[in-house]
Every structure is written in structure tokens, then in C-alpha cells.
Design a protein around this ligand. Structure first.
Ligand SMILES: C[S@@+](CC[C@H](N)C(=O)[O-])C[C@H]1O[C@@H](n2cnc3c(N)ncnc32)[C@H](O)[C@@H]1O
Length: 282
């Protein structure tokens, strides 16, 4: 507990950890349960919501034309599996082992044209010839700005001529709201951060200069008192900042949409969808 008491009063963004531990094998097993749960829209959204998104991606973004799709941070492949059934050939990359194992099993069982790579999208080879590269459910903002830019540049190179990027980032105000949450805690006999009885203490910070929200998690094991720390930082961007970032990373024809359904969805108001075309010169 001295770790908690002697923590820095205010964290430097990303200095105390990149993200929650998606790629830890045990954590990813527990997270898979959350991805697949139909009780909430955390980790992945409920299937009925995903079906609406897939419908818009297929009809609204791709005009129903089958293409090669790369899904960055694909999780258990809930979007790619559906898109492949509509005629697309899909590649999903994610570094969570349990999510990728689930996606592969589904693809094999249902004979889907999906390939999954268990890799970190900051370093993975994206290949070439894609008609669409997507990175959804707000994950874009959790990357350091330099990594976010690198991912966009790699996405642009992976696209064929006139190919499309589909990004679903957070709104600026949603990120600020994350950073301004009051500190809180819960006690559980087992949950996402540990199978063992524990207390989870969380605190959040908003850095108004860097426009970054940082969340800290202290997991206190009920039997040993050992504390495990996690932290995640989330970068806020205005719409104009998204636009200029995309222009600088080889994209043009940038269109903003209120949700991944194409129209306003009050239940997903913290996120927007952006579709951008690979610039001819890129
Ligand atoms: C919020 S979940 C969304 C999953 C999926 N896109 C969906 O909507 O169902 C974010 C996903 O990004 C993955 N992820 C985060 N950082 C990553 C990285 N650096 N490389 C690969 N995958 C990453 C996580 O493992 C997780 O599966």
C-alpha cells in the first residue's frame, strides 16, 4: 500500500503504463468474457449494435462492393467475421492472445475468409492492397500521438489506390470527461483485473496543456495486500486536429459522421466515425 501512498500526485501521460494489459494472457482471457458479454457495450459492443455498424460499413462506406479489409485492434473478430460473410476478405490484427484464439476458432469453424495475426499494430506489417483499413471503438486515442501518426501512415501505405480509412475515435469532450472522473473504488471476489478477491482503486487526471486524460488503477490483492498498478492515457483531438493529422498522413476527402451507424446514436455519443480516402499522391 506504500506504493499507493507514495504515488506521484499527478502522473505524466503514458509514463506509468501504455494501456490496460490487453496483451497479458490471463487478462485477455478475462477480457474475452467482457467482449462476448451481451449485458453491456464495454470492450466490444453487443451483437445487435455491431450488426448495425457492419451494415453501415458494408453499404454506407463500401457501397456493397466486396474488398480486402484490414481491422486494426480487431479483438475477437466480431466485425471481421460478419464482414467476411458479406463477401469481404478480412485480416485482423490484435495483440490480445485470447481474442485472437477466439477469432481464429470462429473463422475455422465457419470457414470464413479471415486471417488473424497476434501482433502489436505499432510494429506489425500491414501488407498492401486493402480497400478498407479500420481502427474502431476509440482505441486510436489511447496511443501516444507519435504512435497514432505512425499507425495512420502505415494504414495509408496498406491501402490500394482510392482505398478508405475508417476511424472511430473519441470526441474531445469525451476524453476530457474521462480525465475529470472523480476517484472511485470497488471490491470484488474476482473480476477483470484479477481472478482473486481484490479491491480496485481508480483515479483520473486531465492534463489541460497536453489535452490528455490519464487513468490509474491500483489492484490490491485481498489476501496478500500486494498492489498491481496499471495506467492508461487517452489523447484528445478536436475535429480540426483529426482533419490535419489525416491530411498529413496521406489522406484526403475526409468525412465526419456522428456514429459508426452513419447517423446520430445517442448511446454511442462519445465516439465519432471518420472516413478518409487515400490521397492520390500518397
Ligand atoms: C476496445 S477493444 C475493441 C475491439 C474490437 N475492435 C471491437 O470493437 O470489438 C480494443 C482492442 O485493441 C487491441 N489493442 C490495443 N492496443 C493494441 C496494439 N498496440 N496492438 C494490437 N492490438 C491492440 C486490444 O487488444 C483490444 O482487443
Amino acid at each position: 500500500m506504500l506504493d499507493v501512498i507514495h504515488r506521484r500526485p499527478v502522473p505524466d501521460p503514458w509514463a506509468e503504463g501504455e494501456k490496460i494489459p490487453w496483451n497479458d494472457p490471463d487478462f485477455s482471457e478475462r477480457m474475452l468474457r467482457e467482449h462476448l458479454s451481451q449485458d453491456h457495450d464495454a470492450a466490444s459492443r453487443r451483437f445487435e449494435v455491431i450488426d448495425e455498424h457492419v451494415d453501415w460499413i458494408h453499404q454506407g462506406v463500401l457501397s456493397g462492393t466486396p474488398t480486402r479489409i484490414l481491422d486494426l485492434g480487431c479483438g475477437p473478430g466480431l466485425y471481421t467475421s460478419r464482414l467476411s460473410k458479406l463477401g469481404h476478405e478480412c485480416v485482423g490484427i490484435d495483440y490480445a492472445p485470447a481474442a485472437i484464439a477466439y477469432a481464429r476458432e470462429q473463422a475455422e469453424r465457419e470457414k470464413l475468409r479471415c486471417t488473424y495475426l497476434e501482433q502489436d499494430i505499432r510494429v506489425a506489417d500491414y501488407g498492401t492492397g486493402c480497400g478498407l483499413v479500420m481502427l474502431i471503438f476509440g482505441e486510436f486515442n489511447v496511443f501516444r500521438p507519435a504512435d497514432a501518426r505512425l499507425i495512420l501512415e502505415k494504414a495509408s501505405r496498406a491501402l490500394e489506390r482510392d482505398g478508405l480509412l475508417l476511424l472511430e475515435p473519441h470526441t474531445f469532450s469525451a476524453v476530457q470527461k474521462i480525465g475529470e472522473q472523480p476517484a472511485s473504488w470497488y471490491a470484488t471476489s474476482g473480476g477483470l483485473f484479477s481472478d482473486r478477491p481484490h479491491v480496485c482503486l481508480t483515479e483520473s487526471f486531465w492534463d489541460p496543456e497536453r489535452k490528455v486524460a490519464t487513468e490509474r488503477y491500483f489492484i490490491v490483492d485481498a489476501q496478500t495486500g500486494d498492489v498491481t498498478r496499471h495506467a492508461a492515457s487517452t489523447q484528445a483531438y478536436t475535429d480540426e486536429e483529426y482533419r490535419s493529422l489525416l491530411l498529413g498522413c496521406g489522406f484526403g476527402e475526409i468525412e465526419f459522421y456522428p456514429s459508426l451507424r452513419g447517423d446520430l446514436d445517442e448511446s454511442q455519443a462519445d465516439l465519432i466515425a471518420i472516413v478518409a480516402r487515400k490521397a492520390r499522391a500518397a
